[in-house]
Design a protein around this ligand. Structure first.
Ligand code: SF4
Length: 230
């Protein structure tokens, strides 16, 4: 059971939650996919957008309350999942790219280096465009590097560092993923969101969704697909 925290991406809240956001990814961001992008006629915001902005401001302005609420929510997720015999897994950067490993806090009189330390039995995972995040010692946090417009050099370095590369392809869902991309085998990342279970050394192919379907910035990649004759 995946639980996702959605904050306001890039600088929408007045605080930057995506240090390596690109023009293309900001345009194609999942922040306005699904219900987050449904606005009443004549309006350009909704309760979902307002909640994401409110939570993001709380993260930067009142960290103690934010962390207390986050912990409460994670505890609720654990209980809720247990009731239906599911394993909870958590993505904290649904629409942000915060280096959670850097944010320590105190809880019940104890100091924790980060949220992962408080819940060692829970698997956390995220996508990131930030290279060099210090997570190797954190066994319950998995990161997949995200390709975007203009971050080819970082993608090359990320591959060398052993990351899988999430790549959004501008192909219809009815078409198969390309077999390889950038010299790596492509793994269909849309069959499940459980990135920590992916094989290593792959491009995680994702079909373009929401505003990404119209992207021309270079964020969405257009591979050549060889179709086999029937
Ligand atoms: S880095 Fe990710 S969350 Fe941030 S704007 Fe780009 S796509 Fe959205």
């Amino acid at each position: 059971m995946t639980y996702i925290l959605h904050l306001a991406p890039a600088s929408l809240s007045g605080y930057n939650t995506c240090a390596k956001a690109t023009d293309g990814c900001k345009m194609a961001c999942l922040n306005t996919a699904g219900r987050g992008g449904m606005f009443k006629k004549g309006e350009n915001t909704n309760v979902i957008q307002k909640a994401r902005i409110r939570k993001t401001k709380m993260f930067f302005e009142n960290r103690e309350t934010f962390m207390a609420l986050l912990i409460k929510d994670i505890e609720l997720a654990i209980k809720q999942s247990a009731k239906i015999n599911m394993i909870p897994v958590i993505r904290l950067n649904g629409t942000s790219d915060i280096a959670w490993e850097k944010y320590g806090f105190s809880y019940n009189g104890m100091e924790y280096n980060n949220i992962f330390e408080l819940f060692p039995e829970i698997q956390f995972y995220d996508y990131t465009k930030i290279l060099g995040r210090k997570i190797t010692a954190i066994n319950n946090y998995s990161l997949t590097f995200s390709a975007a417009d203009g971050n080819d050099n970082d993608v090359t370095k990320a591959i060398m560092q052993g990351y899988n590369i999430a790549t959004v392809f501008g192909i219809k869902k009815t078409l198969p993923m390309p077999e390889t991309y950038n010299g790596l085998p492509v793994f269909n990342g849309d069959e499940s969101d459980l990135r920590f279970l992916d094989p290593k050394g792959v491009v995680v192919g994702l079909y373009a969704k929401g505003p990404a379907k119209k992207d021309t910035s270079g964020f969405v990649k257009y591979p050549t697909i060889m179709l086999q004759a029937a």
